[in-house]
Design a protein around this ligand. Structure first.
Ligand code: PLP
Length: 685
């Protein structure tokens, strides 16, 4: 049972109209039902409840991070087959100990990655692989837990491409060689045999092959006992079939009772049972929604040409698989017989043949049971961007993978364009992710920021349009760390958006940082005011581990010092000095920045009051050192000077790199920062 049902004539995903989801997120798109996925998980778990078991979801069926996280939160382990899948499950919050690494071709880098993460077990498939894992583990000073995947030579009566347990398949180790292999493992210093595994294929609709395979495993476990090799678990793999059309797969209760009774009868000693289900958890938890672009009449048939094809769902082309296809809105009109095909230039590009449907051009159809081996087997063939994935939970929808853009497709083959901006002595490299959506690791940022061997910059800024004049705005220091807000950078971004004609100039620009929304107003050709948010003096907000005071006193750099503190989205300590040129920025600045009373470190400003509307400032920035200019630091200093009655708004803050004007009308009001920005260089790397 799933949660894709008609109410009246309209198809719903849980409580949401499928047509609404298509309207909001576009087509083609995969729609997942969280309740269906959770229900399947609980059904598998409950079926095996009476025996110690572990369910390691086979990630290859569908590796979407949000879906993996749902399963991880339910307590799932994971069956992975590559370093990429390992990275995915770790990003989703998997418990490393519950990860099984399967697959015939593990590379040295993947084995190393898995050992350093500390995964639960390698399901090994050949002697050379066993030796490789041993050598790598030994060199890393680790012991690798292994389970031999046996090839039981059993016919699972499924499609030849998804049959894996026959002697002529590439998978597993010949059952006749298994004892010798375990003896070899015993000799190897960095391996420990903990289990035995098998996986005989997928979409299996009979119970007998499962029972035979487990029986074969248990006979070998019994034989190993004679050699004093004792294991802890047997892993029966995945493979249970689902209903795509008229198939009647065994129920989970029948499946569990077959496996458990085989185990109870034949196990030589108590063994945990591990499972690697993929399809049975995922398949019926999703539909693929597509639009009919054309109805094309040919000599002897009608084609419904969809905006989805084999690049979105390859199972029909690859295995001649059958998926039910239904109309998203039932129409009271005559049904026609159609072949539903995609736009891809292959005759195998079909999703369904000879289907009876009441449809017109422009209508939406839903392909059912596509959660497993659907999106995960998609491709970019014909330069088609991968489609969107949406999760529905009750009456809520969530985009869990955005539709790829053409820019995504080109990004790996193009140089990275960048633009260098400067605002008040700070220089910024700005990357527009709408033009080139590459992900920036902190290592890459460090490389890029290097003044001798890279481009050199104070901060890297990335922007990506959310909607209208609203953009995601991320700020990274040259050390790769992300920063909460940067007002000077916000002005640089505003200038870029204006120069590139990317916004409606009459409206304010809104920038969404990792923790707030910043508004930027244009007041001159290169001049902007930025809403820097409300100052927050509370120690919890800064954060500062001291009770609230206007002036704090601590010992830093072996001297007692007084400072005020405020959060301007990021932490600031401000010290007063008599002469700005002699301020101990490098020594006391650094010591205070790293002082344990600031659990997230702090920026440190040294301020000299010049008159009621002017102060001078030098700033030691977290992760950077002394900088020519710090916008939030200028706000922090001006706010403290206004609060303490030394200055009145507006305050001109004189920084090493230039001047900023800070406007603040007092408590509960936001701080506005006024200044300019310039574009200094454009290039590619
Ligand atoms: N385990 C292994 C080793 C596999 O190769 C596969 C699929 O091919 C599975 C588990 C999951 O199989 P299924 O999706 O049929 O449950």
């Amino acid at each position: 049972m799933d949660y894709f049902l008609y109410k009246g004539d309209e198809l719903y995903a849980e409580e949401v109209l499928v047509s609404k989801i298509a309207e909001q997120y576009g087509t083609p798109c995969y729609i997942y039902s969280q309740q269906t996925l959770e229900r399947h998980w609980h059904a598998v778990d409950a079926a095996f409840a009476q025996h110690p078991h572990r369910i390691c979801y086979a990630v290859k069926a569908n590796g979407n991070l949000t879906l993996l996280k749902i399963l991880a939160d339910l307590g799932a382990g994971f069956d992975i087959v590559s370093g990429g899948e390992l990275a995915r499950v770790m990003a989703a919050g998997a418990d490393p100990q519950k990860i099984v690494f399967s697959g015939v071709g593990k590379t040295t880098a993947e084995i190393r990655q898995a050992l350093s993460i500390g995964i639960g077990v390698f399901n090994v498939e050949s002697l050379p692989e066993i030796h490789r894992i041993n050598d790598i583990a030994e060199s890393m000073g680790k012991i690798a837990a292994v389970a031999v995947r046996i090839n039981p030579d059993i016919n699972a009566h499924t499609h030849p491409y998804i049959s894996t347990g026959l002697a002529h398949n590439k998978f597993g180790i010949d059952k006749n060689e298994v004892i010798a292999v375990y003896k070899t493992i015993r000799q190897l210093p960095a391996l420990k045999a903990v289990g035995m595994a098998c996986h005989i294929g997928s979409q299996i609709l009979e119970l007998t092959p499962f029972a035979e395979a487990l029986s074969c495993v248990l006979q070998l476990v019994t034989a190993l006992k004679e050699h004093n090799i004792i294991l802890q678990h047997v892993d029966v793999g995945g493979g249970l079939g689902v209903c795509y059309d008229t198939e009647i797969p065994p129920s989970l209760v029948e499946y569990a009772s077959t496996l458990l009774s085989t185990l109870h009868k034949q196990a030589p000693y108590p063994l945990d049972l591990w499972l690697e289900p993929g399809r049975v958890l995922m398949a019926n938890a999703a539909i693929l929604v597509a639009k009919i672009e054309y109805l094309k009449e040919s000599a002897n048939k009608t084609f419904a040409i969809l905006d989805a094809g084999m690049t979105d769902l390859v199972r029909p082309a690859l295995y001649d698989a059958h998926h039910k296809i239904i109309a998203v809105k039932k129409l009271a009109q005559k049904e026609i017989t159609v072949d539903l095909v995609g736009p891809v230039c292959e005759s195998s590009d079909f999703l369904g043949k000879s289907r009876l449907l009441a449809i017109n051009t422009g209508d939406l159809i839903a392909v059912r049971s596509v959660g497993a081996y659907g999106f995960s087997m998609g491709s970019h063939y014909n330069a088609r961007p991968r489609c969107a994935e949406v999760l529905v939970h009750k009456d809520e929808t969530q985009l869990i993978r955005r539709r790829e853009t053409i820019a995504d497709l080109l990004s790996h083959e193009q140089k990275q364009p960048f633009i260098k901006m400067q605002a008040l002595g700070n220089d910024f490299v700005l990357l527009d992710l709408d033009e080139n959506p590459e992900l920036w690791s902190s290592d890459k940022i460090k490389q890029f920021s290097h003044r001798q061997t890279g481009i050199g910059f104070d901060q890297l800024l990335t922007i990506q349009r959310k909607e209208g004049n609203q953009f995601y705005y991320k700020i990274y220091n040259a050390d790769g760390g992300e920063v909460e807000q940067c007002g000077n950078g916000a002005r640089a971004v505003a200038l870029y958006l204006i120069l590139e004609n990317k916004i409606e100039c009459s409206k304010d620009i809104q920038l969404l940082t990792c923790n707030r929304l910043m508004t930027v107003k244009t007041i001159g050709p290169h001049r902007f005011v930025v809403d820097m948010g409300k100052p927050d003096f509370s120690p919890a907000a800064i954060p500062l581990q001291m009770p609230l005071q206007d002036q704090y006193e601590i010992v830093a750099d072996d001297e007692a010092c007084n400072f005020s503190a405020v959060s301007m989205g990021n932490p600031h300590a401000v010290l007063r000095v008599e002469a700005i040129d002699n301020a101990p920025v490098q020594t006391l600045g650094k010591a205070l920045c790293l002082h344990p009373c600031f659990p997230k470190q702090s920026n440190v400003g040294f301020m000299q009051i010049i008159d009621k509307h002017r102060l001078a400032l030098r700033v030691y920035e977290r992760g950077v050192g002394e900088t020519l200019a710090c916008g939030s630091g200028a706000c922090a200093a001006a706010v403290i000077a206004i609060r303490d009655g030394d200055c009145q708004s507006p305050v001109t803050v004189q920084l090493t790199g230039g001047e900023l004007i800070i406007h603040w009308q007092g408590k509960n009001e936001p701080v506005w920062m006024e200044g300019d920005a310039q574009c200094v260089y454009e290039g590619t790397v």
